[in-house]
Every structure is written in C-alpha cells, then in structure tokens.
Design a binder for this molecule. Structure first.
Ligand code: UFG
Length: 293
C-alpha cells in the first residue's frame, strides 16, 4: 500500500502453482530474493480437503523454488509455522526434533521445510530461511491493513474483534481445563508488524544453506488473558462462554526467541496491549468502510 510504504510495487495476480506464469514474471525483473507467503492456512479446512492443501501448498513452493533456480535467485524466505514442532515441550527451540503435526495444513509446512532444506543441500549457492510463525495478530497502526477473514473466523483475535463489534454474540473459549495457569490455551501472540520486520531481517542476514528461525515473542498469553487485555485497553466488553476443547489444540505453544535475536538481530517491539489496540482500530475502521460501501 503506497500510503504506508511510500513506494509503488509492481503487482501481478497469478496462480503461483503455474510455473510458466511465475517464470514469465521472473523474466521481467531482476530479483534479489523471494519471500514465499502463498498458501492455504485453515487448519479445519485442511482436514476436510487434504488433497487441495497438499497440492496447493507443495506445488506452489516447488514452482517458486524452480523459478529461483532457473533465474539464479539465491535468497528464499519461506512462511513456515510453529505447528511443525508438534507436541514438543515449551518453549519451542529450533534445535528440537520436529514431531508429527495434527493436521494436513501443518504437514504441508513440515514437508515444504524438508523440500527446501533438501534443495538447499543440492544447490550450495541457495540461502533458504524458514520462518516459523507463532500466532500473528494485530494490524498496521494506520488502521488501513489488517485481517479480514472470509466467513466465520477460525482464529481467536478476529473472533474477539467481531464479538466486540456486535457482529457475533459471544466468543467460545475452547476449554478451561488445560494444565496452564488459568486452564485456557496459551499461545505466543506476535504483532504482525514485528512479524513483517522479521522478514526484512531474514533477507538482510540470510546465508547459504537452510536455516529455521522462530518468529515469536517468547512469552505465552492465555485465551482469558488476551480477552481481558482486549476489554481493558479498548474499554469494551467481549462476552464469552467456556465450551469443550477444540480437537487438535495444544495446551501451550510459545517460542524460544533467542536464535532470531542472535543471528538475525531481530526481536519483537510490541506487546499484547498494542496488538489489542491495533486489532480493534482496524476492526472499527473496517466497520466504517463497510457501512459507507
Ligand atoms: N480459541 C478459542 N476460541 C476461538 C478461537 C481460538 O478459545 O474461537 C483458542 C484456541 O483454543 C487456542 C487459542 O485460542 O488456545 C489460539 O487459537 P487460534 O485458532 O487463534 O490459533 P492456533 O494456535 O490454534 O493456530 C495458529 C494458526 C495456525 C498455526 C498455529 C501455529 O492458526 O495456522 O497457530 O502454532 F499452525
């Protein structure tokens, strides 16, 4: 968005599983590096449509990497996920052996990491960075860009903002009998702007081989803590009901954030207070756009 970046960036809308279309774009520009974000990301949908997830997430990664090899692009940054750690003990550390994920979406991330790691081994000039995202929330502070899920939100923060705005009646809190301080699930929420800056750092500090980094704050926050923080900082109620656990959810998931700090010179700047303020600012700005449409 030029009003945020101050730059006009060429944009092409293509299916990135289509290698010839990807190659055509690579032929038109001198590309220093690629950040590959494209992929399906809904956990529940991936259980219902596994082939769609494997085909899309794997083929897009293979097609974009093939184009990099063909056009001699060395730097490749991949959007991976903390889900690749499976049910390891927290905090999750990059040196841990990865455990099975609980759904096809998670498997696509683990498989893409392997595909890219093998490709880096076979092509020593490549600099592959695997960024394991924890739970990105919030919005740009301008209120101009943020999260607008299609249909009923799967994730916690967009659900909270839609309950606060009155679009949905109440939040369902999935379980309060986990072995956590208040019984609700604990996650490492990271502001989307911090996450974006993690990619810039990854590009700057990339090196030959394939290297994985956690993008998280290193701090866990429970569902109820996030709800209470949101209510307090935005001065608005978020009605909720405790319901059964959601299948496949872990009790706790948070990062050991040292490696990214030491090797990428990156750490998070924002806390959950700012994440809650920015998410709500975007939601209220979005409501006014929808009303005026
Ligand atoms: N939760 C609720 N109610 C909701 C939604 C979520 O109580 O309506 C709870 C969940 O049980 C969990 C926490 O809020 O304890 C966070 O849930 P999210 O759905 O927001 O996020 P997840 O941690 O389940 O999953 C996210 C991404 C995945 C990614 C994973 C990595 O959605 O893509 O983090 O750890 F794989």
């Amino acid at each position: 968005m030029p009003s945020i970046t101050g730059e006009v960036i060429p944009f092409y809308e293509v299916d990135v599983t289509n290698e010839s279309k990807v190659n055509a774009i690579f032929s038109q520009h001198t590309i220093e590096g690629v950040i590959h974000f494209a992929g399906y990301k809904a956990v529940g949908e991936s259980v219902e449509k596994p082939l769609m997830y494997y085909a899309n997430n794997l083929m897009s990664t293979i097609a974009v990497m093939n184009a990099c090899l063909k056009h001699n692009v060395k730097k490749f940054v991949f959007s991976s996920s903390a889900t690749v750690y499976g049910d390891n003990a927290v905090p999750f550390k990059e040196t841990m052996t990865l455990l099975p994920t609980t759904n096809p979406y998670g498997e696509t991330k683990a498989m893409c990491e392997r595909i890219l790691t093998d490709t880096a081994k076979a092509n020593p000039q490549l600099e592959v960075t695997l960024l394991r995202y924890f739970n990105p929330i919030g919005a740009h502070k301008s209120g101009l860009i943020g999260e607008r899920p299609n249909g009923i939100p799967n994730n916690l923060m967009p659900y909270i903002t839609q309950v606060a705005s009155g679009e949905r009646e109440y939040l369902q809190v999935f379980g309060n009998d986990y072995d956590t301080p208040d019984g609700t699930g604990v996650r490492d929420y990271i502001h989307v702007v911090d996450l974006a800056e993690g990619h810039v750092a990854a590009m700057k500090h990339s090196k030959p081989g394939a290297h994985a980094y956690n993008l998280g704050t290193g701090k866990g926050t429970s569902v109820l803590e996030l709800v209470q923080t949101f209510e307090r900082v935005n001065n608005i109620k978020v009605p909720y009901k405790i319901v059964d656990r959601r299948p496949g959810d872990l009790a706790e998931c948070y990062a050991d954030a040292k490696k990214a700090y030491e090797q990428l010179n990156w750490k998070t700047k924002y806390d959950v207070v700012q994440m809650c303020e920015d998410a709500w600012r975007y939601e209220t700005a979005k409501q006014s756009v929808l009303i005026s449409e």
